[in-house]
Design a protein around this ligand. Structure first.
Ligand code: DCP
Ligand code: MG
Length: 408
């Protein structure tokens, strides 16, 4: 950092994978604004705009102090005109008019509600909106047929839109690990995704499974799934070799990087006993939009008991017999052969932007191609092996960034 006159200036390298980004975000007000615009762009299939806003937000997340004036942004990478306008608006007026009008727009609200259904991506949501469907009630009343994932998503809408806690992730981890080890002794399981980066909540729980002897992992996923199913833990599951599944990750998803692992998308049934008697009230509601729509389905009597608990009194009033004693949680399982484990671990730890930036760095700066399976060096025309994340960073000529500092 250099000091120029009275203004504190920051010095930030341009790729997120060159920076340490912890969860202690000093510029949350600004990054929330930019993230909302990024989300809106992604939901509207404007990938480029989405990435630009994500990059701008990530630069601000990496700063050690809150930004208080536009002059502090001089020389920072990744801040385009549009992002700068948004930041200026927030700094000068306390809020961005573009963000506020986006939040109020019917289209944004409808996209949020509809893509909040597991199995519904931006394209499906857009099609429905063009057919006049803006909320769950209209969807229910329409003649649209839902696929199996979407039906499960709708059925467990409230639960799946409530953040998963670390304690819940750990409880599920114990159950899944027991199933994994029982069908393949010696197999190992690692928590990946946001929880590995130290997040206290997430939208799902992600696990990576492998076995120290190459090849022993083959055929493991169906066995694990059968076991969990027999134990009554799965409300929904889809196991796939090709990971293409329409998801709210949308167009940003680099499916080519991920489509070769055995993967299982599931909805897990976590009972209160397994959660160790944790109360639902421990977790926060995610957004007003969701509570609002959940109320709509609730009043239509779709039997989403979760809504009762939010309202306290409603519980006694309408559901004397049974408070729901479990919750649904999205769980993703990935199986990797040990030879690819380090790449899978790095590729599935995130954040999404950090991953994107790693691949951009590899391609643009090193003429290499990085995926969740391998690292290919185009100059040497060969694959570079690695048995740890540290080795991969080293191949890439990057300083090692631990998971807790990959929260770009
Ligand atoms: N991933 C990725 N690109 C995507 C989707 C996923 O690189 N388009 C990788 C990085 C993610 C990881 O997979 O961190 C898990 O995906 P999630 O969508 O579960 O993301 P997180 O776990 O980071 O976030 P959340 O806390 O919302 O679950
Ligand atoms: Mg996750």
């Amino acid at each position: 950092q250099t000091c120029e006159a009275e203004v504190l200036l920051f010095s930030v390298p341009s790729y997120a994978c060159q920076r340490r980004t912890t969860l202690q975000n000093q510029n949350a007000v600004l990054t929330d604004a930019l993230s909302l615009l990024a989300e809106n762009a992604e939901l509207s299939d404007e990938e480029g705009r989405g990435v630009a806003f994500r990059r701008a937000a990530a630069v601000l997340k990496s700063l050690p102090e809150p930004v208080t004036s536009m002059t502090q942004l001089r020389g920072l990478p990744g801040l385009g005109d549009h992002s700068l306008r948004v930041i200026k608006d927030v700094l000068e007026n306390g809020a961005s008019s573009e963000v506020e009008s986006t939040k109020r727009s019917e289209r944004y609200k409808a996209l949020k509600v509809l893509t909040g259904i597991f199995g519904v991506g931006s394209k499906t949501a857009d099609r429905w909106i063009r057919d006049g469907i803006h909320d769950l009630r209209q969807l229910g009343d329409s003649a649209h047929t839902l696929n199996r994932a979407q039906q499960a998503g709708l059925e467990h809408y409230d639960d799946l839109n409530q953040p998963v806690t670390k304690a819940e992730a750990d409880a599920i981890g114990e159950i899944v690990e027991a199933a994994v080890v029982s069908v393949l002794p010696g197999a190992r399981m690692t928590l990946i995704g946001g929880f590995r980066r130290g997040k206290q909540t997430g939208h799902d729980v992600d696990f990576l499974i492998t076995h120290p002897e190459e090849g022993r992992e083959v055929g493991l996923m169906p066995k694990v799934v059968s076991r969990l199913e027999a134990q009554g833990f799965l409300l929904y599951q889809k196991t796939t070799r090709n990971s293409y599944l329409e998801s709210k990750d949308g167009p940003g998803r680099p499916s080519s990087n991920m489509d070769r692992f055995e993967r299982c998308f599931s909805i897990f049934k976590l009972t209160e006993e397994e959660r160790g008697g944790m109360k639902r009230a421990d977790t926060e509601r995610e957004s007003d939009a969701h509570s609002h729509t959940s109320h709509q389905i609730h009043t239509r009597g779709r039997g989403l008991e979760a809504a009762d608990e939010d309202e306290g009194v409603a519980e006694e009033r309408s559901k004397p017999a049974g408070r729901k004693r479990w919750r649904a949680v999205r769980v993703d399982l990935v199986v990797s052969p040990i030879s690819q484990f380090a790449f899978a671990l790095l590729g599935w730890t995130g954040s999404k932007l950090f991953e994107r930036e790693l691949r951009r760095w590899a391609g643009h700066e090193k003429s290499m191609s990085l995926s969740s399976h391998a690292l290919y060096d185009s100059k040497q025309s060969r694959y570079l092996r690695a048995t740890s994340e540290e080795e991969i960073f080293s191949h890439l000529g990057l300083e090692f960034i631990p998971p807790s500092e990959r929260n770009a």
